[in-house]
Write a protein of this length. Structure first.
Length: 148
C-alpha cells in the first residue's frame, strides 16, 4: 500500500495479483451476488443487501451488517471499460464526503490479473487507515470468492 495527501484529500493504492483472468475479476465487481460474498469491511461483517446498475451513470447500494448495526455504502459508476478499468464514487455512512475508487485489471501471464485499486479523496488519516484495512480485507475475500 502507498498513500499520499493532496488538496483533494488523502489517497491510497493497493495492488495484488489475483489467480483469475481479468474478465472473471472485473465481472465480480459488478455482480450483486459476487459482491455480497466478498465485500465485507471487517471480520464478522456481511453484506446484507447489494443493488447495482452496472452502466456509466448507474448507481449502486451496498448495506453491510455487523450484529444489529447496518452501514450503507453508495456510489455511481463513472467509467466502465470491460475487463480493464472500473471507476466509481464511494460514500459510506462512516465518511463525510464522497471519494472515488478506480480499479484496473491487468493480465499477468495466462491465468492471472494484477488488480490495482486507487482510492482518492479520503477525508482524514483515520479514514485512510480504515479504508486501507477494509480494502485489504475485500481483496482477501475476493481471492477466496473467485478461487472457490
Amino acid at each position: 500500500m502507498s498513500s499520499t495527501r493532496s488538496s483533494a484529500g488523502l489517497a491510497l493504492w493497493i495492488s495484488k495479483v489475483v489467480p483469475a483472468v481479468p474478465r472473471v475479476v472485473f465481472e465480480a465487481w459488478l455482480d450483486p451476488s459476487a459482491l455480497k460474498v466478498f465485500l465485507s469491511p471487517a471480520k464478522g461483517t456481511s453484506a446484507a443487501r447489494v443493488e447495482t446498475e452496472p452502466r456509466v451513470g448507474g448507481r449502486f447500494a451496498i448495506a453491510t451488517r455487523q450484529g444489529d448495526v447496518e452501514l450503507e455504502h453508495t456510489g455511481e459508476y463513472r467509467v466502465i471499460e470491460p475487463f480493464e478499468r472500473l471507476v466509481f464514487t464511494w460514500r459510506s455512512g462512516a465518511a463525510e464526503d464522497p471519494s472515488q475508487v478506480s480499479l484496473t485489471f491487468e493480465p499477468v501471464g495466462r491465468e492471472q490479473t494484477r488488480l490495482t485499486l486507487e482510492h482518492t479523496g479520503i477525508g482524514s488519516e483515520p479514514a485512510q487507515r480504515q479504508h486501507e484495512q477494509t480494502w485489504n480485507r475485500v481483496f482477501h475475500e475476493l481471492l477466496r470468492a473467485i478461487t472457490h
